[in-house]
Design a binder for this molecule. Structure first.
Ligand SMILES: [Zn+2]
Length: 134
């Protein structure tokens, strides 16, 4: 176990500074996508944005809202509610094919105990939906 200080059990093993840059870049691109879509819809403002984020995305939960608030001033997303849906890490057992939720620390199969697996979910990071006012 690394000596991390975050309260999140889904801490991604990346150096703090590297992670912060990574997170800000992701938030910026997600916000840009939202603004582009809202622009296409000729929206006056964005009311809410729902993000679906996988546990393996490298994102620390606490950082999402913080980065979002840092980037939105002056955009039509200023004041938008941010809804986060965290997707579990999913593994499929290479021995028996059983698919199950897992943690980065333990992806062994609960059905047969095998440790070989394929990751089938948990890396996603996208805008699930958003509400705009036109
Ligand atoms: Zn299995």
């Amino acid at each position: 176990m690394q000596g991390n200080t975050t309260a999140s059990p889904w801490y991604f093993p990346m150096r703090r500074e590297a992670r912060a840059v990574h997170e800000l870049a992701i938030t910026r691109s997600l916000l840009q996508i939202a603004l582009d879509k809202a622009g296409q819809a000729q929206a006056r403002r964005i009311g809410s944005i729902k993000l679906r984020i996988g546990r393996l995305s490298g994102y620390v939960p606490e950082a999402v809202e913080q980065n979002f608030r840092l980037l939105v001033p002056g955009t039509i997303a200023e004041g938008a509610a941010l809804v986060l849906e965290w997707m579990p890490l999913r593994c499929r057992c290479k021995e028996c094919g059983h698919e199950h939720d897992a943690t980065p620390q333990d992806c062994s199969c609960p059905a047969c105990g095998a440790v070989g697996f394929t990751i089938t979910g948990g890396r996603e990071m996208f805008i699930e939906s958003m509400e705009v006012e036109t």
